[in-house]
Design a protein around this ligand. Sequence first.
Ligand code: GLY
Length: 396
Amino acid sequence: MVVGGGIIGLVTGWRAAQHGLSTAVADPDPGGGAARVAAGMLAGVTELQYGEQTLLALNLASARRYPAFAEELTGATGLDLGYRPCGTLAVALDADDRSELRELHAFQRSLGLDAQWLTGRECRRLEPMLAPGVRGGLRVDGDHQIDPRRLAAALLKAAEGAGVAFHREPVERITVARDRAEGVVLRDGTALSAGRVVLAAGSRSGRIAGVPPRVVPPVRPVKGQVLRLRVPPAYAPFLSRTVRAVVRGGHVYLVPRENGELVIGATSEELGWDTTVTAGGVYELLRDAHELVPGITELPLVETLAGLRPGSPDNAPLLGPTGLPGLLLATGHHRNGVLLTPVTGDVMAHALTHGGLPPYAEPFTPGRFGGADAPGAPPAYGLPPSATPSPQEQTV
Ligand code: GLY
């Protein structure tokens, strides 16, 4: 039973079903969630942060999977995902911004990542709509984009096609008996039993009732406000690739899609469960984006939206078995849910079929946040890595 039908829950359900597990997903609105708001940058190199080298390895592992993953998903559904291997340009507007970008470049180089420094003029040659004030930038040809709404729609169709059962009801609580997760109760009172329960409810993953306190995932909502503009055919091509910018210390990005949509994002606000689109949020995004690409003021503004990223204490996801037998996590993807979708599907399929994490995902065990009964200490929970689930556990 997968609790949550956003892209992470859907990819988990799809992969589990492909591995022959009888699988269900519970969500009142599968295919919704944070992916409805997300811009879809696949930008592990451009969005690299100090101290996140371990996460970088997972981000890059997922980015490498994307071409084959997109092809497989399109093959299974006939749906185009808007996967666009267009590269990303990160630019700086003033001298301080340029210093910040230079630092990022040095850090990227120290890790052997592919990023090329460009002068302001070289940036404008690539993207003529950039403001004359752009001081320099980083060309990252390996950071791409996808349309998260199309991704979600395709995952939903693929999961349905693979035989995943959908319960379009909120989960009221998970059920635990004899110190083992054994199902869920839906809001309408329906009780569903399952050999394993995967919490994949994004920022709400820590709020599902019935989860013993010792294994409640430490995720919190991190608000992001996003704008969608439309580039009329007469203005195309407006931008040819994703443009990310440091603007007086703040960050803004513009993601141009082939269908004319231009996504501008995103604020990052620690405001709990608030999803209000504010005048201040819209103003800041438009102000910074306008400074970067003055021509945006000509474009129709078609949507403003706010969503909640599932933040974790170290900004990395929590994947795999917990300290409660039968309960697994696939949450905490924070800024990287879309990027990490392919690798999360593989990691969760491995965890559900083998009982443990593949070596490359071990740093993301929920147990890393400690506690005497912490999830993730291999001998204390679940199945040993080599064990195959018993027949009654072949359900998710
Ligand atoms: N990765 C983009 C964002 O979280 O805003």
